[in-house]
Design a protein around this ligand. Structure first.
Ligand SMILES: *Cc1c(COP(=O)(O)O)cnc(C)c1O
Length: 470
């Protein structure tokens, strides 16, 4: 009699299910308040999910920034923090970890990603220079502008189309970049600002071929390339899955190759690197390194802690090693896709292909009857919270702000509501609850009315604006 083993079973059907490469050791209880209480909380928050108290939220998909769960090893690392002001052993552990996994020569720790953006922008950009990049990110562009630079978007056109199925919608359009170099001259380009994956485009990846070709073009003109490595391991999974020649290569190897086409990187360790706070800048050229290392003591802290405690640097070093494991990245992006698949099966409009860190609901197609100046994405975020206590965020006309010249709303092509998945925090059952809630809100979309803005702050209005139901 034959016994069914996993091997013989494997011959009868193809196994397709996957699970997280960890089990749960400690839990944080969450509560769900009832609909009447949610209605009250939402009104108090002026229909703005940024103004809700976290305790009134059931499933929190506001952001994946600093919301990851740390492993038992990272927590154990916290206890080995060396809190010396100078020369902490945890700094040296962090330095050698970044050197070996990202391949750069010099490392400067910072309190979070924008600290590193500040240093590199001030070290390299001179007033009047241009910084081309694959779509802007809020804090990145702001630091480039504060240093006197002008950001120029050179991403491929497909990135602006939520239904375009191009597998690498994060790629740089090299013709656009060449045209800029011809127009302003190579010495007016501070550097190329390359991000993998592209957050504002929906977490879309950059191909290895594009990075390699970019390097060649920049070498011809003696222009440096710096990488926003915030979600680079997710980018590497897409390369492994979609680009020829990479299906057998581990994420860690793909990461090293990709970084080798760049001259340095800044990092929000609150994302890929699995810690709640932290960041770093890594560089290959000594000239920039010396400048940035001198500036870090002014703005962040001594160059062997840069705004982090020793224990934070230890958790970060361990987090980096965990973050490049194939099983981890596969289950992280797999969970995002699981949610995306449920929603597309149910005919709910989302940005496709699904990116690495979030689902972006397409509010223009969700609420075609709500005009953009009645805030469809803001309305959708509010309705989702009301239905089941799920918190997302607006990425549309409210986030885009007003045109400084005309003072009119800017009307972006993409009017989206973002559901961002924290790493190692929620289960597949939580994703089912989220999907069912989106469906319930979708089912009564025709009866839903838009919002009116009743309070508008001057800067980054999406954080603090108030609304009322029309
Ligand atoms: C979050 C983020 C940053 C900024 O990092 P912080 O840690 O929030 O300061 C920079 N780039 C991208 C792509 C990000 O997502």
């Amino acid at each position: 009699m034959s016994v069914k083993t996993p091997q013989t079973m494997g011959q009868q059907f193809e196994r397709r299910s996957w699970a997280e490469p960890w089990k749960i050791k400690m839990v944080e209880p969450i509560q769900i308040i009832d609909r009447a209480q949610r209605q009250q909380a939402l009104q108090k928050a002026g229909y703005n999910t940024f103004l809700l108290r976290s305790e009134d939220v059931y499933i929190d998909l506001l952001t994946d920034s600093g919301t990851s769960a740390m492993s038992d090893r990272q927590w154990a690392g916290i206890m080995t923090g060396d809190e010396a002001y100078a020369g902490s052993r945890n700094y040296y552990h962090l330095e050698e970890t970044i050197q070996s996994f990202y391949g750069y020569r010099y490392v400067i720790p910072t309190h979070q990603g924008r600290g590193a953006e500040h240093l590199i922008s001030q070290a390299i950009i001179q007033p009047g220079m241009f910084v081309p990049g694959n779509m802007y990110f809020t804090t990145t562009r702001l630091h480039q502008e504060l240093a006197g630079g002008t950001f120029v978007d050179v991403i491929v056109d497909e990135a602006h189309d939520p239904q375009n199925q191009n597998p690498f919608k994060g790629d740089i359009d090299l013709d656009k970049l060449s045209a800029l170099i011809d127009r302003v001259g190579a010495d007016k380009i501070a550097y190329v600002s390359l991000a993998g994956t592209v957050n504002m485009a929906g977490g879309q990846p950059v191909s290895m071929a594009n990075a390699r070709a970019l390097r060649e073009l920049c070498d011809k003109h003696d222009i440096r390339v710096y990488l926003d490595a915030t979600r680079m391991v997710e980018n590497c999974l897409f390369i492994q899955e979609r680009e020829e020649g990479y299906s057998d290569k581990p994420i860690a190897e793909i990461l090293l190759e990709f970084c080798s086409y760049t001259d340095g990187a800044w990092m929000s360790a609150k994302k890929d690197n699995l810690v709640n706070i932290g960041g770093w800048l890594a560089l290959n050229h000594e000239d920039v390194f010396q400048l940035a290392r001198n500036m870090v003591v002014v703005y962040e802290g001594l160059h062997t802690y840069g705004g982090m405690a020793g224990r934070d640097m230890e958790a970060l070093a361990i987090g980096i090693k965990e973050s490049v494991q194939d099983e981890h990245v596969r289950s992280r992006v797999g969970q995002v896709r699981y949610l995306g698949n449920l929603l597309t099966e149910w005919g709910i409009p989302i940005v496709e292909p699904v990116g690495g860190h979030a689902i972006f609901l397409d509010a223009k197609r969700f609420y075609p009857h709500i005009p953009q100046d009645e805030f469809p994405s803001q309305t959708l975020a509010a309705e989702l919270y009301l239905d089941a206590g799920v918190r997302g965020m607006e990425r549309g006309v409210v986030s885009a702000g007003r045109d400084p010249e005309t003072n009119e709303h800017r009307y972006p092509a993409l009017e989206l509501t973002r559901l961002t998945i924290p790493r190692r925090v929620y289960t597949q059952a939580h994703m089912d609850v989220v999907a069912e809630s989106v469906k319930a809100v979708h089912d009564k979309r025709e009866a839903t009315k838009g919002l009116k803005m009743t309070f508008e702050p001057t800067y980054l209005r999406f954080f603090q604006a108030n609304f009322e139901r029309l």
